[in-house]
Structure formats: C-alpha cells, structure tokens
Design a protein around this ligand. Structure first.
Ligand code: HSE
Length: 438
C-alpha cells in the first residue's frame, strides 16, 4: 500500500480536526483512495497543549520550516490563517515543490493571484475547498461538476456568524448587540468580530468564487461590501410583513461582459430556499445554463466540517500523485492562459428593488416631500407604509421600490436625509426577488 506524507502547519481548531480525521478515519480514506495519508508532522509553536490527539513521537514539532524542508513530505496543509507567516510558508512550500492545501480565504482573496501563479509555475496542486463554505463542496462543484456550463450567478449565505445573528434577531427580537454577544459567547464570532459582521469574510469568499466561476482574476478590492451592524429588529419585522427575510448575501452575477460582486444585507422572499437557512449554517445557489440551479447547504465553519473539506483536497492530491496528474485540474478551474480581468461593475450601476425606512415627522406634506424627491430621480414606488405614531412625533415610513439604479437611489437618499422633517440616516436594504424584479 502506497503512502503519501502530509504535514499540517498550525494546530488550532481546524488543524486539530484534520489530524483527528486522518487518525480516526484513516482506514476508510485509504480504502477509498488506495493509499495511506500519513501524518508525518504537525507543526505548531505550542507543542505542549493537549489537543486530544494520539500522535506518534516526533510528529508534533515547533518549526514549520522543518516539515516543509523534509523531502518525504509531499503535501503541506496550512491551517494557521491570516496573511503573515501563512503566506510565506505557503510560498516556501510551493518553492520546494510541495502540494498545498489551505483554508485561508483572506489570504487567497488578497494574494491568491500571486500564490496561484507560483503554484502553476511549479506544477504543484493548490487546493482550497475549505476556504469557502466549510464542508459544502462548492469549489469542486463549480470547478469540476459544472465544467460544461456557463455560470451566470451565485447567491450565498457564506458567513455563519452573521447568519446566526440575523436568525437570532428574527426569531427572538433581540437587538444586534445582544445577538452578537451571544455569538461571541458561543464561540462563533471572532473576539474582534469585524471581519464577520462587516461582511469582509463573506467578501473574501465571494472574490474567490467569482474568479472560479467566471474565469477572472481574483479581484477582492472591487467587491462591494456592507455588513449587518445597522440592521434593526424593526427592519426585520417590516421585512416579514412584506414576505421577506433579511440575510447577509454574497451575490455574484455575470452578463458576459461585466461582473456584479457584492455582499450586503438583502431581503429575500420566504419561499426562496436561502431564506430558510438559519443559525450558523451556510448555503449557496449557483445558476448556470445547463443545470439551471444547484443549491448546496451545510456547516460553513467548525472543526470537523472544515477538516472534512481539507481531507477531500488531500485525497484529490493523493490521487493525482498516484497517476502523475498534478495540475490535471487547474487551480481556478480555467487554464491559466485563459483567465481574464473581467471588470466588476461599480455598485452605482446595479439595478435592483429597494426597501427604504425613514424616520419622518408625522406632519402633513412629509410623505409628499419624500416621494417627490424619489420621483425626481426616477425612482418608482411599489408600496408605502407608515407605522404608528411615536411620542416625539416621528414615525417610521417604509417604502418599497420598483427597479431602480443604485446611483439614483444614493442621490435621492442624500437629498431626503437633508430634509429637516427626516431624522438620522435612512435605512436602505436591497431586495433580491426573482418574481418581484420589475
Ligand atoms: N467566521 C466565519 C463564519 C468562519 O462565521 O462563517 C468561516 O469562514
């Protein structure tokens, strides 16, 4: 029985999960792939902490460079995270001819083009299933299963922390801060939760997926990003009245000339399958010409779901090694010389339906003033709703629009904000509604 030697760099939650899966499920993995994935090293600066792993003597080492330099190691798994040492170790491993598996979406989103170029030049595999959507096999689905399709769009719930927070506000009516504190207490959110709640983590994943699906260079800088921190229980309540749930969606669309890539809170109808993906779960729908639509659903994070994705990458590489097939499937799904720089539309150019909420004085003529400004910018209203009367005289006024252009919406809302009968910053939430796109 052949053996492929693996080194894990970084033994935190995910690294520990990978080691555990290789040790505990080694037999069934071997039966499936026809060789043993042998865990030769686990490198971590903390070699003493008890991780509940039954490692043979000499496997746990403090120095990742030792693992990378060992000629017997064929695959390096990077589970350190971040853009510092992880990047250097991946480049070192590639330079030494090692195949690399990583779960590091921030690194790929920002430095992926250079890392992929290095791997392609060195003819080593670079695999990253765990970087997007945890255990959901979205990379393999787009890169391999949909090879015969032209992909036109993807809509995903790609951040479990945000989905947990929004689900909590929806189901229990708590405010954002309370829901975030619970997510932190349960260990879902990072200590500094900015990457999650401000939409950056989902945007990292969307940048990778857009490149993979449309054959473009990874372009994180042009992804439009808006987080969930301004969403209130009131907006969620209004959304429900109109038949929508609010989700942080990662949306990519391709019309053959330019790409839309945006992450923002979005209203989607109750009967959209994504609106029923709750708590920390992730899901993604892919639209393509032959299949029409595919939906994947599963755990987007966590020790063992993420480890499962990494082991699937290890198995692919081991199979490639057995057949001398490294590079058989290009890293980004397209032959390197066909990958283009496709322009990403500025958000100002998108056209969609909108929900607005204004805090307006309850006086004659106020509604007419707001509607007049919207009309001036060519924004047509589908629905207007005013709820209750606040003691200080201001009331929430909610409006749903027909199709409007974001640039017009921005100008209109800026002007409406300046009215002395409107308090604070208006709330804007985009609506994705296939049936209501008019
Ligand atoms: N912080 C991420 C989430 C983890 O909440 O989904 C997986 O990338």
């Amino acid at each position: 029985m052949k053996q492929v030697n693996v080194a894990i760099l970084g033994c935190g939650t995910v690294g520990t999960g990978v080691a555990r899966l290789l040790l505990e499920n080694g037999d069934i993995i071997r039966d499936r792939i026809g060789c043993t994935l042998h865990l030769k090293y686990v490198a971590d600066i903390d070699t003493q902490r008890d991780r509940g792993l039954d490692l043979a003597p000499g496997v746990m080492i403090p120095d990742a460079a030792v693992a990378i330099a060992d000629p017997e190691v064929q695959i390096v798994v990077e589970t350190i995270g971040g853009e510092g040492i992880a990047k250097q170790l991946i480049l070192d491993a590639i330079a030494q001819g090692k195949h690399v598996v990583t779960a590091n979406k921030a690194l790929l989103a920002k430095h992926g083009n250079a890392i992929i170029a290095a791997a392609t030049a060195k003819r080593v595999d670079l695999a990253y299933e765990a970087a997007v959507g945890g255990c959901m096999p979205i990379i393999k689905t787009v890169r391999e299963s949909l090879v015969g399709n032209r992909i036109s769009g993807m809509t995903g719930i790609l951040n479990g922390t945000c989905n947990y927070i929004l689900s909590k506000i929806t189901d229990e009516g708590v405010d954002f801060q309370t829901a975030l504190a619970e997510a932190q207490a349960k260990g879902y959110a990072e200590a500094d939760p900015t990457l999650d709640v401000e939409g950056l983590d989902a945007a990292h994943k969307l940048a990778i997926l857009s490149a993979l699906a449309f054959g473009m260079k990874i372009n994180f800088d042009d992804v439009y990003i808006e987080g969930i921190s301004r969403i209130t229980p009131l907006d969620i309540e209004f959304a429900a009245q109109f038949g929508y749930r609010i989700k942080l969606l990662a949306i990519a669309k391709y019309n053959g000339a330019s790409v839309e890539a945006r992450v923002h809170p979005t209203m989607i109808p109750f009967d959209n399958l994504l609106s029923n993906v709750n708590s920390t779960l992730n899901a993604i729908s892919v639209r393509a010409d032959a299949v029409e639509e595919i939906l994947l659903h599963g755990h987007g994070a966590g020790m063992m779901p993420t480890a499962s994705a990494i082991v699937s990458d290890l198995a692919d590489i081991a199979r490639n090694l057995a057949s001398d097939g490294a590079g058989r499937i290009p890293v980004m799904g397209f032959q390197a010389n066909t990958i283009r720089s496709i322009p990403v539309k500025p958000v100002d150019e998108i056209v969609t339906n909108y929900y607005f909420r204004f805090d307006a004085m309850d006086r004659p003529g106020v509604l007419a003033a707001i509607a007049g400004i919207l009309g001036k910018y060519g924004i047509s209203l589908k629905f207007v709703h005013q709820k209750g009367r606040k003691t200080n005289g201001s009331v929430p006024v909610v409006m749903l629009t027909h199709h409007a252009r974001e640039a017009d919406v921005s100008r209109a809302l800026a002007e409406i904000s300046g009215l002395d009968v409107v308090a604070g910053t208006p709330m804007l939430i985009r609506i994705e509604d296939e049936d209501g796109q008019d």
